[in-house]
Design a protein around this ligand. Structure first.
Ligand code: CIZ
Ligand code: SF4
Length: 352
């Protein structure tokens, strides 16, 4: 639906009043009505870096989800304040690994005698607490673009990896890109005593995968791939590595959000693409490439519901509050958590 013209006008006016003091970040999965006001778009890591490169902006309005705003707060300077227009915009994947659960897991690993030889690798899509845990225990953060390099680095530091919180990205990277077998992986389930794994299994495993997943990407199935291939002969199936192992195995191409955007830019006119990623992004790509057939991989609608919580009314409220000198919905990571989370992020930045 087209945006309310009154709200569009108010967003424009508030942004104009704030000028260079505000910088609006829009994640690729955001609604069009919000992306329209973004000074820059990107994935979570690019956006955090873009914010840090704008020290003159006092206010960073992060149109995305909570863990992304935390990462932006960690990477920006002390005087920059990060604002999340709706505090209920969380990430179901990030919420699947809490600090308490991960501390308990580390105890289980210690009891099995493997904590000393295990290196944590945490996906960007995790809370600041989990990033800090990772930093404290000698581990690194990764994105979906550098997961392989992060794992290779981690296996130089230790003999096993605890991969958090997305089991699919961990498994897909280890098995598809690094020659591990499915038997080298065990899944640690935080809702079962002892993670639902035996000490022997932990000792035998190379990859200990946290039992987390993305509620959007985890929904695509082998059926959706077969169905789209039958419907559109010659279609190129391109999916995000947060998809299940069998979906990734059946796809033609696998890559991060930035990879998907570039692949579509490079695709020849007349080609057909079925994309296994968030629907706001797929619809925007379909609109940007009218000379190509771009479809969503599944028959059912699949937005990220928490991303979609950030809408134009929330953005207007945040911008008008700031323009009135009132800071709302600030996301601030405490100093100690920030220190260790930054350590883990810096290890990622130093990856070869
Ligand atoms: O699935 C997501 O939420 C992604 C790919 C986030 C990001 O930008 O890192
Ligand atoms: Fe989290 Fe998935 Fe939504 Fe990304 S798309 S914010 S991983 S629930």
């Amino acid at each position: 639906a087209p945006s309310d013209p009154g709200l569009v006008e108010r967003a424009r006016a508030a942004k104009a009043k704030l000028g260079e003091r505000v910088f609006v970040l829009g994640h690729h999965y955001q609604r069009d009505e919000v992306i329209e006001f973004a000074d820059v778009t990107g994935d979570s890591f690019k956006l955090a870096r873009d914010a840090a490169a704008r020290p003159e902006a006092e206010y960073i309005v992060f149109c995305g989800v909570h863990f992304m705003a935390e990462s932006a707060d960690i990477l920006t300077s002390e005087r920059q304040q990060v604002i999340l227009p709706d505090l209920a915009a969380g990430c179901s994947m990030a919420d699947m690994a809490t600090a308490e659960q991960v501390a308990e897991c580390w105890d289980v690993l210690a009891e099995a005698g493997v904590a000393d030889i295990t290196v944590p690798v945490s996906y960007m899509n995790s809370s600041a607490d989990i990033k800090a845990f990772t930093g404290r225990h000698g581990g690194t953060i990764c994105t979906s673009s550098n997961a392989r390099r992060a794992l290779e680095w981690a296996f130089e530091q230790g003999q096993k990896v605890l991969f958090l919180p997305d089991q699919h990205l961990g498994r897909n990277t280890a098995v598809r890109e690094m020659g591990f077998s499915l038997d080298d992986c065990v899944v640690y389930n935080p809702h079962k005593p002892g993670g639902g794994v035996t000490a022997e299994e932990l000792r035998a495993a190379k990859m200990i995968l946290w039992r987390g997943h993305c509620s959007v990407h985890g929904r695509f199935s082998l059926d959706s791939v077969e169905e789209v291939r039958a419907r559109i002969p010659g279609v190129n199936v391109l999916v995000h590595p947060e998809c299940k192992h069998e979906v990734v195995g059946a796809a033609d191409y696998v890559g991060s959000t930035e990879y998907i955007i570039k692949a579509l830019d490079a695709a020849p006119a007349g080609s057909a693409w079925a994309l296994g990623t968030e629907l706001n992004l797929v619809r925007r790509l379909a609109k940007a490439h009218p000379d190509k057939q771009v479809v969503f991989l599944d028959r059912t609608v699949c937005f990220c519901s928490t991303m979609n919580r950030i809408d134009l009314p929330h953005l207007v409220w945040a911008l008008e509050s700031l323009a009135d000198g009132k800071v709302v919905n600030r996301i601030q990571v405490d100093a100690e958590t920030e220190h260790f989370a930054k350590l883990a992020l810096e290890r990622m930045l130093a990856l070869p």
